[in-house]
Design a protein around this ligand. Structure first.
Ligand SMILES: *[C@@H]1O[C@H](CO)[C@@H](O)[C@H](O)[C@H]1NC(C)=O
Ligand SMILES: *[C@@H]1O[C@H](CO)[C@@H](O)[C@H](O)[C@H]1NC(C)=O
Ligand SMILES: *[C@@H]1O[C@H](CO)[C@@H](O)[C@H](O)[C@H]1NC(C)=O
Ligand SMILES: *[C@@H]1O[C@H](CO)[C@@H](O)[C@H](O)[C@H]1NC(C)=O
Length: 506
Protein backbone atom coordinates (compact mmCIF):
# COMPACT_ATOMS: atom_id res chain seq x y z
CA UNK A 1 0.00 0.00 0.00
CA UNK A 2 2.99 2.29 0.29
CA UNK A 3 2.77 3.32 -3.37
CA UNK A 4 -0.64 4.89 -2.99
CA UNK A 5 0.46 8.30 -1.87
CA UNK A 6 3.04 8.99 -4.56
CA UNK A 7 0.64 7.82 -7.26
CA UNK A 8 -2.00 10.16 -5.92
CA UNK A 9 0.50 12.98 -6.03
CA UNK A 10 1.44 12.16 -9.57
CA UNK A 11 -2.21 12.06 -10.45
CA UNK A 12 -2.79 15.48 -8.91
CA UNK A 13 0.26 16.79 -10.67
CA UNK A 14 -1.19 15.64 -13.96
CA UNK A 15 -4.50 17.31 -13.30
CA UNK A 16 -2.77 20.58 -12.49
CA UNK A 17 -0.53 20.20 -15.49
CA UNK A 18 -3.43 19.50 -17.86
CA UNK A 19 -5.34 22.48 -16.50
CA UNK A 20 -2.48 24.90 -16.85
CA UNK A 21 -1.85 23.61 -20.36
CA UNK A 22 -5.49 24.18 -21.17
CA UNK A 23 -5.11 27.87 -20.24
CA UNK A 24 -1.84 28.28 -22.09
CA UNK A 25 -3.04 26.51 -25.21
CA UNK A 26 -6.37 28.26 -25.25
CA UNK A 27 -6.92 29.57 -28.75
CA UNK A 28 -10.09 31.59 -29.18
CA UNK A 29 -10.09 30.71 -32.90
CA UNK A 30 -11.26 27.21 -31.95
CA UNK A 31 -14.29 28.53 -30.07
CA UNK A 32 -16.11 30.63 -32.64
CA UNK A 33 -19.11 28.37 -33.23
CA UNK A 34 -20.23 28.64 -36.86
CA UNK A 35 -17.75 31.47 -37.55
CA UNK A 36 -14.84 29.07 -37.03
CA UNK A 37 -12.49 28.73 -40.00
CA UNK A 38 -12.24 25.36 -41.70
CA UNK A 39 -8.51 24.78 -41.23
CA UNK A 40 -8.95 25.36 -37.50
CA UNK A 41 -12.02 23.13 -37.18
CA UNK A 42 -10.55 20.33 -39.24
CA UNK A 43 -7.58 20.05 -36.91
CA UNK A 44 -9.49 20.12 -33.63
CA UNK A 45 -8.44 16.70 -32.48
CA UNK A 46 -11.14 14.07 -32.53
CA UNK A 47 -11.53 12.10 -29.31
CA UNK A 48 -10.06 8.64 -29.32
CA UNK A 49 -12.07 7.33 -32.25
CA UNK A 50 -10.24 4.78 -34.41
CA UNK A 51 -11.68 4.52 -37.92
CA UNK A 52 -12.35 1.14 -39.51
CA UNK A 53 -9.99 -0.48 -41.90
CA UNK A 54 -11.63 -0.77 -45.24
CA UNK A 55 -10.64 -3.96 -46.99
CA UNK A 56 -8.34 -3.59 -50.00
CA UNK A 57 -10.85 -5.46 -52.09
CA UNK A 58 -13.39 -2.70 -51.57
CA UNK A 59 -13.47 0.16 -54.07
CA UNK A 60 -15.27 3.50 -53.76
CA UNK A 61 -17.93 3.73 -56.45
CA UNK A 62 -19.83 6.91 -55.55
CA UNK A 63 -19.52 9.98 -53.36
CA UNK A 64 -22.14 12.31 -51.92
CA UNK A 65 -20.93 15.66 -50.66
CA UNK A 66 -22.95 18.13 -48.61
CA UNK A 67 -20.85 21.22 -47.87
CA UNK A 68 -21.45 24.54 -46.21
CA UNK A 69 -20.13 27.62 -48.07
CA UNK A 70 -16.65 28.89 -47.19
CA UNK A 71 -15.74 31.89 -45.06
CA UNK A 72 -17.95 34.87 -45.82
CA UNK A 73 -18.05 38.57 -44.96
CA UNK A 74 -20.40 39.72 -42.20
CA UNK A 75 -23.95 40.24 -43.46
CA UNK A 76 -25.37 43.73 -43.95
CA UNK A 77 -27.35 43.57 -40.72
CA UNK A 78 -24.20 42.69 -38.76
CA UNK A 79 -22.22 45.46 -40.46
CA UNK A 80 -24.76 47.90 -39.08
CA UNK A 81 -24.46 46.35 -35.62
CA UNK A 82 -20.70 46.98 -35.70
CA UNK A 83 -21.15 50.61 -36.72
CA UNK A 84 -23.53 51.03 -33.80
CA UNK A 85 -20.95 49.45 -31.51
CA UNK A 86 -18.41 52.03 -32.60
CA UNK A 87 -20.68 54.88 -31.53
CA UNK A 88 -21.56 53.14 -28.31
CA UNK A 89 -17.91 52.53 -27.34
CA UNK A 90 -17.06 56.20 -27.87
CA UNK A 91 -19.98 57.11 -25.66
CA UNK A 92 -18.75 54.81 -22.88
CA UNK A 93 -15.21 56.19 -23.07
CA UNK A 94 -16.51 59.73 -22.97
CA UNK A 95 -18.38 58.96 -19.76
CA UNK A 96 -15.19 57.73 -18.16
CA UNK A 97 -13.38 60.90 -19.18
CA UNK A 98 -16.14 63.10 -17.85
CA UNK A 99 -15.97 61.35 -14.51
CA UNK A 100 -12.27 62.17 -14.52
CA UNK A 101 -11.38 58.54 -14.12
CA UNK A 102 -8.15 57.49 -15.69
CA UNK A 103 -8.24 55.76 -19.05
CA UNK A 104 -4.94 53.97 -18.62
CA UNK A 105 -6.66 50.76 -17.54
CA UNK A 106 -8.61 50.59 -20.79
CA UNK A 107 -7.22 48.84 -23.89
CA UNK A 108 -5.79 51.46 -26.25
CA UNK A 109 -7.59 50.19 -29.36
CA UNK A 110 -10.95 51.15 -27.86
CA UNK A 111 -10.40 54.87 -28.12
CA UNK A 112 -11.53 56.08 -31.50
CA UNK A 113 -12.35 52.53 -32.60
CA UNK A 114 -14.05 52.19 -35.99
CA UNK A 115 -15.47 49.02 -37.50
CA UNK A 116 -12.91 47.46 -39.85
CA UNK A 117 -15.78 47.13 -42.31
CA UNK A 118 -16.87 50.76 -42.05
CA UNK A 119 -18.09 52.08 -45.38
CA UNK A 120 -18.85 48.59 -46.70
CA UNK A 121 -22.49 48.52 -47.70
CA UNK A 122 -22.98 45.01 -48.99
CA UNK A 123 -22.23 41.90 -47.01
CA UNK A 124 -22.50 38.13 -46.81
CA UNK A 125 -20.36 37.30 -49.86
CA UNK A 126 -17.71 34.57 -50.06
CA UNK A 127 -14.33 36.18 -49.34
CA UNK A 128 -11.01 35.11 -50.77
CA UNK A 129 -10.15 32.98 -47.72
CA UNK A 130 -13.41 31.16 -48.34
CA UNK A 131 -12.55 30.64 -52.00
CA UNK A 132 -9.25 29.08 -50.98
CA UNK A 133 -10.98 26.75 -48.52
CA UNK A 134 -13.30 25.41 -51.20
CA UNK A 135 -10.65 25.25 -53.92
CA UNK A 136 -8.29 23.28 -51.69
CA UNK A 137 -11.11 20.99 -50.57
CA UNK A 138 -11.73 20.18 -54.24
CA UNK A 139 -8.08 19.32 -54.77
CA UNK A 140 -7.88 17.15 -51.64
CA UNK A 141 -11.02 15.18 -52.51
CA UNK A 142 -9.65 14.35 -55.95
CA UNK A 143 -6.37 13.22 -54.40
CA UNK A 144 -8.12 11.12 -51.79
CA UNK A 145 -10.45 9.34 -54.22
CA UNK A 146 -8.56 9.07 -57.52
CA UNK A 147 -10.83 6.15 -58.60
CA UNK A 148 -13.86 8.43 -58.44
CA UNK A 149 -12.41 11.43 -60.22
CA UNK A 150 -10.51 9.87 -63.09
CA UNK A 151 -13.44 10.08 -65.53
CA UNK A 152 -13.66 12.81 -68.13
CA UNK A 153 -15.94 15.58 -66.87
CA UNK A 154 -19.59 15.38 -67.78
CA UNK A 155 -22.39 17.17 -65.90
CA UNK A 156 -24.22 13.87 -65.40
CA UNK A 157 -21.15 12.16 -63.99
CA UNK A 158 -20.24 14.98 -61.60
CA UNK A 159 -23.39 17.02 -61.00
CA UNK A 160 -22.66 20.14 -58.94
CA UNK A 161 -25.65 21.61 -57.15
CA UNK A 162 -25.93 24.77 -55.13
CA UNK A 163 -28.50 27.10 -53.68
CA UNK A 164 -29.24 30.40 -55.36
CA UNK A 165 -27.40 32.27 -52.62
CA UNK A 166 -24.20 33.71 -54.05
CA UNK A 167 -21.80 32.59 -51.29
CA UNK A 168 -22.94 29.01 -51.85
CA UNK A 169 -22.72 29.13 -55.64
CA UNK A 170 -19.35 30.89 -55.52
CA UNK A 171 -18.23 28.11 -53.17
CA UNK A 172 -19.36 25.51 -55.71
CA UNK A 173 -17.35 27.26 -58.42
CA UNK A 174 -14.21 27.53 -56.27
CA UNK A 175 -14.54 23.84 -55.37
CA UNK A 176 -14.97 22.85 -59.03
CA UNK A 177 -11.95 24.92 -60.02
CA UNK A 178 -9.89 22.87 -57.58
CA UNK A 179 -11.48 19.55 -58.44
CA UNK A 180 -10.99 19.93 -62.20
CA UNK A 181 -7.81 22.00 -62.18
CA UNK A 182 -5.27 20.85 -64.74
CA UNK A 183 -7.98 18.97 -66.65
CA UNK A 184 -8.86 21.65 -69.19
CA UNK A 185 -7.35 24.16 -71.59
CA UNK A 186 -8.11 27.49 -69.97
CA UNK A 187 -5.22 29.65 -68.82
CA UNK A 188 -2.08 28.65 -67.01
CA UNK A 189 -3.97 26.57 -64.45
CA UNK A 190 -5.45 24.55 -67.34
CA UNK A 191 -8.92 25.10 -65.94
CA UNK A 192 -12.09 23.88 -67.53
CA UNK A 193 -15.69 25.02 -67.49
CA UNK A 194 -18.25 23.01 -65.58
CA UNK A 195 -21.94 23.36 -64.84
CA UNK A 196 -23.32 24.49 -61.50
CA UNK A 197 -27.08 24.24 -61.18
CA UNK A 198 -29.61 25.67 -58.72
CA UNK A 199 -33.27 25.31 -57.96
CA UNK A 200 -35.25 28.48 -57.65
CA UNK A 201 -34.93 29.88 -54.16
CA UNK A 202 -38.67 29.73 -53.61
CA UNK A 203 -38.87 25.98 -54.16
CA UNK A 204 -35.47 24.57 -53.27
CA UNK A 205 -36.59 21.87 -50.87
CA UNK A 206 -33.39 19.90 -51.47
CA UNK A 207 -30.84 22.43 -50.21
CA UNK A 208 -32.80 25.33 -48.75
CA UNK A 209 -35.64 23.38 -47.19
CA UNK A 210 -35.67 25.71 -44.16
CA UNK A 211 -36.62 28.62 -46.37
CA UNK A 212 -39.66 26.87 -47.84
CA UNK A 213 -40.95 25.30 -44.63
CA UNK A 214 -43.73 27.41 -43.08
CA UNK A 215 -43.91 25.42 -39.86
CA UNK A 216 -40.17 25.74 -39.35
CA UNK A 217 -40.29 29.49 -39.83
CA UNK A 218 -43.08 29.72 -37.27
CA UNK A 219 -41.11 27.53 -34.88
CA UNK A 220 -38.01 29.69 -35.16
CA UNK A 221 -39.93 32.82 -34.54
CA UNK A 222 -41.63 31.32 -31.52
CA UNK A 223 -38.29 30.29 -30.03
CA UNK A 224 -36.54 33.66 -30.30
CA UNK A 225 -37.77 35.01 -26.95
CA UNK A 226 -36.95 31.67 -25.35
CA UNK A 227 -33.38 31.68 -26.66
CA UNK A 228 -32.94 35.29 -25.58
CA UNK A 229 -34.07 34.45 -22.08
CA UNK A 230 -31.72 31.51 -21.99
CA UNK A 231 -28.76 33.75 -22.88
CA UNK A 232 -29.65 36.80 -20.84
CA UNK A 233 -28.38 35.75 -17.37
CA UNK A 234 -25.09 34.62 -18.86
CA UNK A 235 -24.56 37.84 -20.84
CA UNK A 236 -25.54 39.79 -17.77
CA UNK A 237 -22.98 38.01 -15.63
CA UNK A 238 -20.23 38.64 -18.18
CA UNK A 239 -21.32 42.26 -18.62
CA UNK A 240 -20.90 42.82 -14.91
CA UNK A 241 -17.52 41.09 -14.79
CA UNK A 242 -16.25 43.12 -17.72
CA UNK A 243 -17.69 46.36 -16.39
CA UNK A 244 -15.75 45.79 -13.19
CA UNK A 245 -12.54 44.78 -14.88
CA UNK A 246 -12.40 47.61 -17.42
CA UNK A 247 -14.42 50.22 -15.51
CA UNK A 248 -16.77 50.61 -18.47
CA UNK A 249 -20.50 50.38 -17.99
CA UNK A 250 -21.22 47.52 -20.43
CA UNK A 251 -24.77 46.32 -21.12
CA UNK A 252 -25.71 42.83 -22.28
CA UNK A 253 -26.19 44.27 -25.77
CA UNK A 254 -22.61 45.59 -25.69
CA UNK A 255 -21.35 42.16 -24.66
CA UNK A 256 -23.16 40.42 -27.46
CA UNK A 257 -21.82 42.98 -29.99
CA UNK A 258 -18.28 42.69 -28.61
CA UNK A 259 -18.45 38.89 -28.76
CA UNK A 260 -19.67 39.17 -32.34
CA UNK A 261 -16.78 41.53 -33.11
CA UNK A 262 -14.33 39.12 -31.48
CA UNK A 263 -15.59 36.27 -33.67
CA UNK A 264 -15.29 38.33 -36.84
CA UNK A 265 -11.85 39.67 -35.97
CA UNK A 266 -10.48 36.27 -35.01
CA UNK A 267 -12.01 34.47 -37.97
CA UNK A 268 -11.66 36.96 -40.82
CA UNK A 269 -8.71 39.11 -39.74
CA UNK A 270 -6.79 36.60 -37.57
CA UNK A 271 -6.77 39.25 -34.83
CA UNK A 272 -7.16 37.91 -31.31
CA UNK A 273 -5.61 40.69 -29.21
CA UNK A 274 -8.45 43.18 -29.45
CA UNK A 275 -12.13 42.38 -28.81
CA UNK A 276 -11.29 38.76 -27.99
CA UNK A 277 -8.74 39.87 -25.40
CA UNK A 278 -11.50 41.57 -23.41
CA UNK A 279 -12.78 38.10 -22.46
CA UNK A 280 -11.12 35.50 -20.30
CA UNK A 281 -10.93 31.90 -21.59
CA UNK A 282 -13.71 30.83 -19.23
CA UNK A 283 -15.92 33.69 -20.45
CA UNK A 284 -15.24 32.62 -24.03
CA UNK A 285 -16.23 29.07 -23.06
CA UNK A 286 -19.56 30.36 -21.78
CA UNK A 287 -20.22 32.57 -24.81
CA UNK A 288 -19.38 29.68 -27.10
CA UNK A 289 -21.75 27.44 -25.18
CA UNK A 290 -24.54 30.02 -25.52
CA UNK A 291 -23.98 30.05 -29.30
CA UNK A 292 -23.91 26.25 -29.42
CA UNK A 293 -27.13 26.07 -27.44
CA UNK A 294 -28.89 28.40 -29.85
CA UNK A 295 -27.63 26.32 -32.76
CA UNK A 296 -28.87 23.15 -31.08
CA UNK A 297 -32.32 24.56 -30.40
CA UNK A 298 -32.90 26.34 -33.71
CA UNK A 299 -31.01 24.19 -36.20
CA UNK A 300 -30.03 20.94 -34.51
CA UNK A 301 -31.45 18.18 -32.36
CA UNK A 302 -33.48 20.67 -30.27
CA UNK A 303 -36.60 20.05 -32.33
CA UNK A 304 -37.32 17.17 -34.69
CA UNK A 305 -38.70 19.48 -37.40
CA UNK A 306 -35.25 21.17 -37.63
CA UNK A 307 -33.83 18.07 -39.29
CA UNK A 308 -36.93 16.20 -40.49
CA UNK A 309 -37.52 18.95 -43.02
CA UNK A 310 -34.28 17.71 -44.61
CA UNK A 311 -35.93 14.46 -45.76
CA UNK A 312 -35.85 15.44 -49.46
CA UNK A 313 -32.06 15.75 -49.22
CA UNK A 314 -31.65 12.46 -47.37
CA UNK A 315 -33.90 10.78 -49.92
CA UNK A 316 -31.80 12.22 -52.74
CA UNK A 317 -28.62 10.91 -51.13
CA UNK A 318 -30.02 7.38 -50.68
CA UNK A 319 -31.43 7.36 -54.23
CA UNK A 320 -28.11 8.45 -55.70
CA UNK A 321 -26.43 5.49 -53.96
CA UNK A 322 -29.09 3.05 -55.14
CA UNK A 323 -28.67 4.35 -58.67
CA UNK A 324 -24.91 3.92 -58.45
CA UNK A 325 -25.39 0.31 -57.28
CA UNK A 326 -27.87 -0.43 -60.05
CA UNK A 327 -25.59 1.12 -62.65
CA UNK A 328 -22.74 -1.01 -61.39
CA UNK A 329 -24.81 -4.15 -61.55
CA UNK A 330 -25.77 -3.29 -65.10
CA UNK A 331 -29.40 -2.65 -64.29
CA UNK A 332 -29.38 0.89 -65.61
CA UNK A 333 -27.08 1.07 -68.60
CA UNK A 334 -25.50 4.41 -69.35
CA UNK A 335 -25.82 5.83 -65.86
CA UNK A 336 -22.40 6.49 -64.49
CA UNK A 337 -22.75 9.21 -61.88
CA UNK A 338 -19.62 9.10 -59.70
CA UNK A 339 -20.24 11.99 -57.31
CA UNK A 340 -23.08 14.32 -56.40
CA UNK A 341 -21.62 17.55 -55.04
CA UNK A 342 -23.81 19.98 -53.10
CA UNK A 343 -23.01 23.45 -51.76
CA UNK A 344 -25.30 25.12 -49.32
CA UNK A 345 -25.56 26.48 -45.78
CA UNK A 346 -25.25 25.66 -42.09
CA UNK A 347 -29.05 25.29 -42.26
CA UNK A 348 -28.48 22.43 -44.71
CA UNK A 349 -25.42 20.74 -43.26
CA UNK A 350 -26.64 20.65 -39.65
CA UNK A 351 -29.99 19.00 -40.34
CA UNK A 352 -28.27 16.54 -42.63
CA UNK A 353 -25.80 15.62 -39.87
CA UNK A 354 -28.74 15.12 -37.50
CA UNK A 355 -30.58 12.96 -40.01
CA UNK A 356 -27.67 10.55 -40.14
CA UNK A 357 -27.31 10.70 -36.36
CA UNK A 358 -23.89 12.32 -35.97
CA UNK A 359 -22.69 13.85 -32.69
CA UNK A 360 -24.86 11.65 -30.50
CA UNK A 361 -23.91 9.06 -27.99
CA UNK A 362 -25.44 5.60 -28.35
CA UNK A 363 -28.36 6.10 -25.99
CA UNK A 364 -29.26 9.45 -27.55
CA UNK A 365 -29.62 7.80 -30.95
CA UNK A 366 -32.23 5.49 -29.44
CA UNK A 367 -34.04 8.47 -27.93
CA UNK A 368 -34.25 10.16 -31.31
CA UNK A 369 -35.65 7.01 -32.90
CA UNK A 370 -38.31 6.85 -30.20
CA UNK A 371 -39.03 10.56 -30.71
CA UNK A 372 -37.89 11.45 -27.21
CA UNK A 373 -36.39 14.90 -26.69
CA UNK A 374 -32.68 15.22 -25.89
CA UNK A 375 -31.19 17.16 -23.02
CA UNK A 376 -29.68 20.49 -24.02
CA UNK A 377 -25.86 20.46 -24.25
CA UNK A 378 -24.59 20.90 -20.66
CA UNK A 379 -22.94 24.08 -19.41
CA UNK A 380 -19.14 24.20 -19.25
CA UNK A 381 -17.00 22.96 -17.61
CA UNK A 382 -19.09 19.85 -18.35
CA UNK A 383 -18.10 18.27 -21.66
CA UNK A 384 -20.40 18.15 -24.65
CA UNK A 385 -20.21 16.61 -28.11
CA UNK A 386 -22.17 19.43 -29.72
CA UNK A 387 -19.73 22.20 -30.67
CA UNK A 388 -20.75 24.56 -33.47
CA UNK A 389 -17.06 24.98 -34.28
CA UNK A 390 -16.82 21.36 -35.39
CA UNK A 391 -20.37 20.57 -36.50
CA UNK A 392 -20.72 23.53 -38.87
CA UNK A 393 -17.61 25.69 -39.37
CA UNK A 394 -17.18 27.61 -42.64
CA UNK A 395 -16.74 25.02 -45.42
CA UNK A 396 -17.83 22.26 -43.01
CA UNK A 397 -18.90 19.17 -44.88
CA UNK A 398 -20.14 15.59 -44.81
CA UNK A 399 -19.05 13.05 -47.37
CA UNK A 400 -20.81 9.73 -47.79
CA UNK A 401 -18.59 7.37 -49.72
CA UNK A 402 -20.19 4.27 -51.16
CA UNK A 403 -17.88 1.27 -51.39
CA UNK A 404 -18.37 -1.89 -53.37
CA UNK A 405 -16.96 -4.93 -51.55
CA UNK A 406 -17.70 -7.92 -53.80
CA UNK A 407 -15.75 -10.34 -51.59
CA UNK A 408 -17.33 -9.37 -48.33
CA UNK A 409 -19.62 -11.99 -46.85
CA UNK A 410 -21.68 -9.67 -44.70
CA UNK A 411 -22.51 -7.03 -47.29
CA UNK A 412 -21.58 -6.09 -50.85
CA UNK A 413 -21.91 -2.33 -50.32
CA UNK A 414 -20.80 -0.13 -47.46
CA UNK A 415 -21.20 3.56 -46.67
CA UNK A 416 -18.39 5.43 -45.00
CA UNK A 417 -19.14 8.81 -43.45
CA UNK A 418 -16.50 11.52 -43.31
CA UNK A 419 -17.15 14.73 -41.42
CA UNK A 420 -14.75 17.56 -42.33
CA UNK A 421 -12.80 14.84 -44.18
CA UNK A 422 -12.30 12.65 -41.11
CA UNK A 423 -14.10 9.34 -40.57
CA UNK A 424 -16.78 9.78 -37.90
CA UNK A 425 -18.70 7.40 -35.65
CA UNK A 426 -22.23 6.50 -36.62
CA UNK A 427 -24.15 5.88 -33.38
CA UNK A 428 -26.84 4.29 -35.56
CA UNK A 429 -24.39 1.71 -36.88
CA UNK A 430 -22.69 0.34 -33.78
CA UNK A 431 -20.46 3.40 -33.57
CA UNK A 432 -18.54 2.43 -36.67
CA UNK A 433 -17.72 4.93 -39.42
CA UNK A 434 -18.38 2.23 -42.02
CA UNK A 435 -21.88 0.86 -42.29
CA UNK A 436 -23.35 -1.88 -44.50
CA UNK A 437 -25.56 -0.05 -47.00
CA UNK A 438 -28.69 -2.02 -45.99
CA UNK A 439 -28.16 -1.17 -42.34
CA UNK A 440 -27.58 2.49 -43.19
CA UNK A 441 -30.78 2.56 -45.19
CA UNK A 442 -32.98 0.64 -42.76
CA UNK A 443 -31.72 1.75 -39.40
CA UNK A 444 -30.51 5.30 -40.02
CA UNK A 445 -32.48 6.67 -42.98
CA UNK A 446 -35.79 4.79 -43.00
CA UNK A 447 -37.16 6.14 -39.67
CA UNK A 448 -36.90 9.67 -41.12
CA UNK A 449 -37.93 8.85 -44.67
CA UNK A 450 -41.38 7.75 -43.58
CA UNK A 451 -42.08 11.47 -43.06
CA UNK A 452 -43.26 13.71 -45.86
CA UNK A 453 -41.88 17.21 -46.40
CA UNK A 454 -45.14 18.85 -47.40
CA UNK A 455 -46.98 17.34 -44.48
CA UNK A 456 -44.24 18.34 -42.01
CA UNK A 457 -43.95 21.88 -43.26
CA UNK A 458 -47.36 23.03 -44.33
CA UNK A 459 -49.85 21.27 -42.14
CA UNK A 460 -51.33 22.91 -39.09
CA UNK A 461 -49.39 21.60 -36.16
CA UNK A 462 -48.92 22.28 -32.49
CA UNK A 463 -45.26 21.37 -32.66
CA UNK A 464 -43.94 24.79 -31.66
CA UNK A 465 -45.76 24.97 -28.35
CA UNK A 466 -44.76 21.45 -27.51
CA UNK A 467 -41.10 22.24 -27.93
CA UNK A 468 -41.15 25.38 -25.85
CA UNK A 469 -42.80 23.69 -22.91
CA UNK A 470 -40.52 20.69 -23.32
CA UNK A 471 -37.40 22.79 -22.74
CA UNK A 472 -38.94 24.41 -19.73
CA UNK A 473 -39.38 20.96 -18.28
CA UNK A 474 -35.76 19.94 -18.71
CA UNK A 475 -34.78 21.88 -15.62
CA UNK A 476 -33.21 25.00 -17.10
CA UNK A 477 -33.89 27.89 -14.80
CA UNK A 478 -34.65 30.86 -16.95
CA UNK A 479 -33.80 33.27 -14.16
CA UNK A 480 -36.55 35.70 -13.35
CA UNK A 481 -39.13 35.60 -16.08
CA UNK A 482 -41.11 38.77 -15.40
CA UNK A 483 -44.26 37.52 -13.92
CA UNK A 484 -47.26 38.29 -16.03
CA UNK A 485 -49.53 38.31 -13.01
CA UNK A 486 -47.40 40.92 -11.25
CA UNK A 487 -47.72 43.25 -14.21
CA UNK A 488 -51.46 42.74 -14.43
CA UNK A 489 -51.71 43.30 -10.69
CA UNK A 490 -49.78 46.57 -10.91
CA UNK A 491 -51.96 47.88 -13.71
CA UNK A 492 -55.12 47.07 -11.74
CA UNK A 493 -53.76 48.83 -8.68
CA UNK A 494 -52.94 51.96 -10.69
CA UNK A 495 -56.37 51.95 -12.21
CA UNK A 496 -58.03 51.70 -8.79
CA UNK A 497 -55.81 54.49 -7.48
CA UNK A 498 -56.84 56.65 -10.45
CA UNK A 499 -60.52 55.96 -9.75
CA UNK A 500 -59.99 56.78 -6.13
CA UNK A 501 -58.28 60.11 -6.89
CA UNK A 502 -60.93 60.97 -9.45
CA UNK A 503 -63.60 60.16 -6.92
CA UNK A 504 -62.02 62.34 -4.20
CA UNK A 505 -61.66 65.28 -6.60
CA UNK A 506 -65.23 64.95 -7.64
C1 LIG B 1 -16.21 -7.27 -44.61
O1 LIG B 1 -16.47 -8.45 -43.89
C2 LIG B 1 -15.65 -8.75 -42.80
C3 LIG B 1 -16.16 -10.03 -42.14
O2 LIG B 1 -17.17 -10.61 -42.80
C4 LIG B 1 -15.56 -7.58 -41.84
O3 LIG B 1 -14.67 -7.84 -40.80
C5 LIG B 1 -15.15 -6.33 -42.61
O4 LIG B 1 -15.03 -5.22 -41.76
C6 LIG B 1 -16.19 -6.09 -43.66
N1 LIG B 1 -16.25 -4.74 -44.20
C7 LIG B 1 -15.40 -4.11 -45.04
C8 LIG B 1 -15.78 -2.74 -45.44
O5 LIG B 1 -14.40 -4.60 -45.50
C1 LIG C 1 -24.65 52.21 -16.13
O1 LIG C 1 -25.71 52.21 -17.07
C2 LIG C 1 -26.99 52.09 -16.49
C3 LIG C 1 -28.01 52.04 -17.61
O2 LIG C 1 -27.45 51.74 -18.83
C4 LIG C 1 -27.24 53.24 -15.54
O3 LIG C 1 -28.49 53.09 -14.94
C5 LIG C 1 -26.14 53.31 -14.50
O4 LIG C 1 -26.31 54.46 -13.69
C6 LIG C 1 -24.78 53.35 -15.16
N1 LIG C 1 -23.74 53.27 -14.14
C7 LIG C 1 -22.64 54.01 -14.15
C8 LIG C 1 -21.67 53.75 -13.04
O5 LIG C 1 -22.42 54.84 -15.01
C1 LIG D 1 -2.68 33.98 -37.60
O1 LIG D 1 -1.97 34.38 -36.46
C2 LIG D 1 -1.14 33.39 -35.89
C3 LIG D 1 -0.49 33.97 -34.65
O2 LIG D 1 -1.47 34.31 -33.73
C4 LIG D 1 -0.10 32.96 -36.91
O3 LIG D 1 0.70 31.92 -36.37
C5 LIG D 1 -0.79 32.47 -38.17
O4 LIG D 1 0.15 32.16 -39.16
C6 LIG D 1 -1.73 33.54 -38.69
N1 LIG D 1 -2.48 32.99 -39.80
C7 LIG D 1 -2.65 33.63 -40.95
C8 LIG D 1 -3.43 32.94 -41.99
O5 LIG D 1 -2.19 34.75 -41.15
C1 LIG E 1 -16.72 -15.81 -46.98
O1 LIG E 1 -17.43 -16.99 -47.29
C2 LIG E 1 -16.67 -17.95 -47.99
C3 LIG E 1 -17.57 -19.15 -48.32
O2 LIG E 1 -18.92 -18.86 -48.16
C4 LIG E 1 -15.49 -18.39 -47.15
O3 LIG E 1 -14.70 -19.34 -47.88
C5 LIG E 1 -14.66 -17.20 -46.79
O4 LIG E 1 -13.58 -17.57 -45.94
C6 LIG E 1 -15.50 -16.14 -46.13
N1 LIG E 1 -14.70 -14.94 -45.92
C7 LIG E 1 -14.65 -14.27 -44.79
C8 LIG E 1 -13.76 -13.07 -44.78
O5 LIG E 1 -15.29 -14.56 -43.80
Amino acid sequence: MSFQKPSLLIFLFFIVKINSNAEENFDVRQHLCTVTRYHVAKDISENSFVPSNINDQCTPIHLNLVARHGTRAPTKKKLKQLEALSTRLQFLLQNVEEEKKSLHNIPAWLSGWKSPWKGKHKGGELISEGEAEMYELGIRIREKFPELFKEEYHPDIYPIKTTQISRASASAVAFGMGLFSGRGNLGLGRHRAFAVTSESRASDIMLRFHDCCQNYKAFRKSQEPFVDKLNKPLLNEIAQELAKRWSLNFTTQDISSLWFLCKQEASLLNTTDRACALFSPSQVDLLEWADDLELFILKGYGNSLNYRMGVPLLEDVIQSMEKAINAREGLVPGSYEMARLRFAHAETLLPFSCLIGLFLDGSEFELILREHPLQLPPKPPQKRIWHGSTVAPFAGNNMLVLYSCPDNNSSKYFVQVLHNEHPIRLPGCENSDVCPFEVFKERIAAPHLKHDYTALCNMESDQTEQTASRFLLTGYSLSKITSYTTVVGAICTLFLAYLFIAFVKF
